[in-house]
Structure formats: structure tokens, C-alpha cells
Design a protein around this ligand. Structure first.
Ligand code: F6P
Length: 320
């Protein structure tokens, strides 16, 4: 292994920079050259890269975002884009490629692996935590903490005004972020796309809570649950309470990575570089039962990560 490439793709996640730094320094310690392709798959399609070395990744472990930039690349979804990316890898004699990204990134990596001899190692990084093969992705813990900090503040105003707040968090079509955030802020209701509570059930919960003396409350909703603006209007009408909506938005994707996100970045990078040194390609590293391990990229892309419904049950029990 003489030269590797590294890219960050999909939505950025806090800790991606820590992963770039760790991959670069681990490779450099084995005298492996590192090319950082810019703007995700786009960098491979257009052959745009920067040389990375131990010094050039100084001072980035604490930075949110990604110094390599990222991009949602429609061209990479077409066969021509994938062929161009494979040509770039061949042209630059890249022996191994580290892909740092979310579930969409690994679907792309799977397609690319069929066109290239270059070994691919995936590092899961996404605030959505929706990648199969790892209990946690880089950036998830940071996003959870960002959301919790904001929602604790919203709780103050909810109590003062005796209002119900719906807080919408990110997560695309999955409810991992909403579930962990909801549980840890003590939300009265958690709404996830995987279990679509009917409006009547939410109204009943609000009314029962009011009867118990709970005049305010938090509803944490995953963005994939549905139209929260509409839900706020309907709850106000049907439950006869004041409802406000707060959409947390992109702040959840930014900020300095938490210690946990940095730790995962370092451990995942170590496993990814070791896989490449071992000539094991087309795998994605992950955390399973407290161990750093790996599964095939194919298994990761083709399997839907299950939501932990026991956690949802726990959150509902604790919210009484
Ligand atoms: O996948 C990360 C994520 O932030 C999702 O939670 C969200 O739905 C999506 O990216 C937003 O994508 P974009 O950056 O393309 O608007």
C-alpha cells in the first residue's frame, strides 16, 4: 500500500475532520501517501485533490464540518460518474480509498467497488445514525448534544407559558436522532417515522397530561415523521392548547465534535487503515457491542438498521 485517497461525502457530520486527521496520520506513520479528494465523489469525478500529510491536518481535530468539503453529487448516481471516479483512482495509482460518510455514501461506495480494483474502507459519519453495521456514527453524539442543549432552553419557555412545543429534529426518513434526543430531554411525546402515532393518540396524551397537572410539554418529532406545521395547527385545535413549533435545522450538523465523536473518529480510522494494510477491501468499520469491528460494504448498504423500540417504550414510560 503506497498511496490512499480519502473523501467525505453526504451531509457533513462533526468529527469528519478528526477522522481525516487520524486516517492521514496513521497512513503517514506507515509511509503511505494520502490524497484528499475534494467535495466528496465530485473530487473523484473531476480528479480534484489536495495532498494531505501529518502537518496539513494539524489543528482540525476540534473543527466541525469537513476541510475536504462535501457535496451531494447527482453525477455519481449515474454509471458514467462511477466510471470516471474509477478512472481517477487508476490514474493516480490509488491503492486504497477511505470513504467517510453516511448510508448514501456507502451505497455509492458499493457501486464504485464493482468498477475498481482499489480497496475501499468505509467510515460511518452522519448525524442521522442510520447506517447498518454500527451502533453509532461519527457526529451523532455531537448532534444529540446540540439538540439537547437547545431543547432544554425551549423547555424553560414552554413551562413559563404553559405551552406545548413541537421540536423538529433532523434524521431524514429515520428516527434515531429524535429517539435519543427525545429520551434525553424527557419529552412527553416522541414522533418517529418508524411508528406513525395517529394524531388522536397525541391529543389524548396531551389531554391526559393536562388532567395530571402537566400544563406544558415537549413533543420531539423526527423530520421524517411528516408536516409538523400542520400537526401544530391540528393539535392546537383538537387538544385546545397553545402549541408552538421550533425546527432546529442545520445547527444540528455543525459545531465542534464532542469527545465521543472524536474518539469514534480515531478508532474507526485505525480500523479502516488496518483493513487496507491487511488488503481487506470493500468493508465498513463500525461499533458493535462496544467493539470496533467491520462488515462488508454490501451488507451495510443492503440492510436497514432497526430502530430500538425498547428505547421508545422506555421514553414513553418515563414521560408519565
Ligand atoms: O443526512 C444528514 C442530513 O442532515 C439529514 O438529517 C437531512 O435530512 C439531510 O441531511 C439534509 O440534506 P441537505 O444537506 O442536502 O439539505
Amino acid at each position: 500500500m503506497k498511496r490512499i485517497g480519502v473523501i467525505t461525502t453526504g451531509g457533513d457530520a462533526p468529527g469528519m475532520n478528526a477522522a481525516i486527521r487520524a486516517v492521514t496520520r496513521l497512513a503517514a506513520s506507515k509511509n503511505i501517501e494520502v490524497l484528499g479528494f475534494r467535495r466528496g465523489w465530485e473530487g473523484l469525478i473531476t480528479n480534484t485533490f489536495i495532498q494531505l500529510n501529518a502537518r496539513s491536518v494539524s489543528g482540525i481535530i476540534q473543527l466541525g464540518g469537513t476541510i475536504l468539503h462535501t457535496h451531494r453529487s447527482p453525477e455519481f448516481e449515474k454509471p458514467e460518474g462511477i466510471i470516471k471516479a474509477a478512472q481517477t483512482l487508476r490514474l493516480n495509482n490509488i491503492d486504497g480509498l477511505v470513504v467517510i460518510g453516511g448510508d448514501g455514501s456507502f451505497r455509492g461506495a458499493c457501486d464504485l467497488s464493482e468498477e475498481t480494483e482499489t480497496l475501499i474502507a468505509g467510515i460511518p459519519a452522519s448525524i442521522d445514525n442510520d447506517v447498518y453495521g454500527t451502533e453509532e456514527t461519527i457526529g451523532f453524539d455531537t448532534a444529540v448534544n446540540t439538540a439537547v442543549e437547545e431543547i432544554d432552553k425551549i423547555r424553560d419557555t414552554a413551562i413559563s407559558h404553559e405551552r406545548i412545543f413541537i421540536v423538529e429534529v433532523m434524521g431524514r426518513e429515520r428516527g434515531f436522532l429524535a429517539l435519543t434526543v427525545g429520551l434525553t430531554v424527557g419529552a412527553e411525546v416522541i414522533l418517529v417515522p418508524e411508528e406513525r402515532d395517529p394524531k388522536e393518540k397525541i391529543v389524548k396524551t396531551i389531554q391526559e397530561n393536562a388532567e395530571k397537572g402537566k400544563k406544558s410539554g415537549l413533543i420531539v418529532a423526527a423530520e421524517g415523521f411528516g408536516d409538523t406545521h400542520k400537526l401544530a395547527r391540528e393539535l392546537e385545535k383538537d387538544a385546545g392548547v397553545e402549541v408552538r413549533l421550533s425546527v432546529l435545522g442545520y445547527a444540528q450538523r455543525g459545531g465542534s465534535p464532542s469527545a465521543r465523536s472524536r474518539l469514534l473518529a480515531n478508532l474507526f480510522a485505525k480500523e479502516a487503515v488496518e483493513l487496507l494494510l491487511d488488503k481487506q477491501g470493500d468493508r465498513m468499520v463500525g461499533l458493535q457491542k462496544g467493539e470496533i469491528t467491520s462488515i462488508t460494504l454490501e451488507k451495510s448498504c443492503k440492510t436497514r438498521k432497526p430502530l430500538n423500540f425498547e428505547l421508545l417504550k422506555l421514553a414513553n414510560t418515563l414521560a408519565t
